[in-house]
Design a protein around this ligand. Structure first.
Ligand SMILES: [Zn+2]
Length: 317
């Protein structure tokens, strides 16, 4: 239940039901290009539609007193198909109506630099009071002030009354960063941890990152571990084929700290075995070989063909 507006609101605490019990868009006909879920007054979770791009990433918009942070810009460049800028501008305008101030900044940064997380960056070019952080590892480290101790040292990023902790998280991608938000307890893990296929292209770095995330979570109150995709079905160990554009049987995107630990333990247990390892809530791709990726692609193509020939059958599994 939304709480009554008390006028003097502590950032992020009012107008909130703080629920993640959300019916997320998952590729059904007629669904919007972007779903907007207001978690609380200062926290918005967005999801791109699977109908536009099968990656269907989640994006996060966090408001502080001085600036807002948009994490990721989706998998589609075209503002006509994917009106991210318009959506974010609307959300910022609404927030500023509730919390009027001048020169409010927007920082557009990323969980990591893969194409399905940066595609909409150009939509923010030329936006007033806006910084778009480049996708490359060097630019990310420089902007946030990661020093020579990357990736083991953490850095703080102040939004104004809301100070995030950033944890260098290479393994899936060299520029991957995990964002911890004490206001919500969210640990935003990008493509490092989510209910799906965890592609670790640098496995030792991936396991070291998971160790750091587990250690961090032991020391800080984490409510939800939120990554950027869902690729599992609700059947343990069963993922949707890559490229699936309709996923009616998805689990929720959020995972628990216990599941984060399970990811770490699972990864550590297969550290010396390259290839694909299946677990109940996720798969671990340990430096996948050509044949692992070919098998993945072949299954995706078969699914796509089936979806074209027999849409109803392909909608299931
Ligand atoms: Zn991704």
């Amino acid at each position: 239940m939304p709480m009554p507006d008390t006028g003097e609101q502590e950032l992020g605490s009012a107008m909130t039901d703080r629920s993640l019990d959300v019916a997320w868009i998952h590729g059904a006909p007629g669904e919007p290009a972007i779903q907007v879920h207001r978690y609380d007054d200062a926290t918005v979770i967005l999801r791109q539609s699977k109908r536009i791009n099968y990656e269907a990433p989640f994006l996060f918009l966090l408001f502080g007193a001085d600036r807002a942070l948009l994490l990721d810009t989706g998998a589609t460049e075209d503002p006509a198909a994917f009106p991210l800028r318009e959506t974010v501008d609307g959300l910022v305008a609404q927030w500023l109506e509730r919390h009027p101030r001048e020169g409010y900044e927007l920082v557009v940064a990323h969980t990591h630099g893969h194409g399905d997380h940066v595609a909409g960056d150009a939509q923010f070019a030329g936006r007033p009071h806006t910084t778009v952080v480049a996708r490359e590892a060097e630019a990310v480290r420089e902007f946030f002030g990661f020093g020579a101790d990357w990736p083991t040292g953490t850095v703080r990023f102040e939004l104004g009354g809301r100070e995030l902790t950033l944890i260098g998280s290479p393994g899936h991608h060299a520029a991957a960063v995990t964002y911890y938000d004490p206001a919500t307890g969210f640990l935003l893990t990008g493509d490092t941890v989510y209910p799906g296929r965890l592609y670790a292209f640098d496995f030792p770095a991936f396991v070291a990152t998971l160790d750091r995330l587990v250690a961090f979570t032991a020391e800080h109150p984490v409510t939800h571990v939120l990554g950027c995709h869902i690729e599992m079905t609700r059947t343990p160990g069963r993922d949707y084929p890559i490229g699936a554009q309709y996923q009616p049987d998805e689990p929720a995107p959020q995972m628990t700290p216990a599941q984060l630990t399970a990811v770490r333990d699972a990864a550590a247990s297969v550290a010396d075995r390259r290839g694909v390892h299946r677990f109940d809530d996720f798969l671990v791709y340990n430096e996948p070989r050509k044949r692992d990726m070919l098998r993945l692609t072949a299954r995706g193509l078969a699914h796509k063909t089936l979806a074209r020939l027999r849409p109803a059958a392909a909608a299931g599994r």
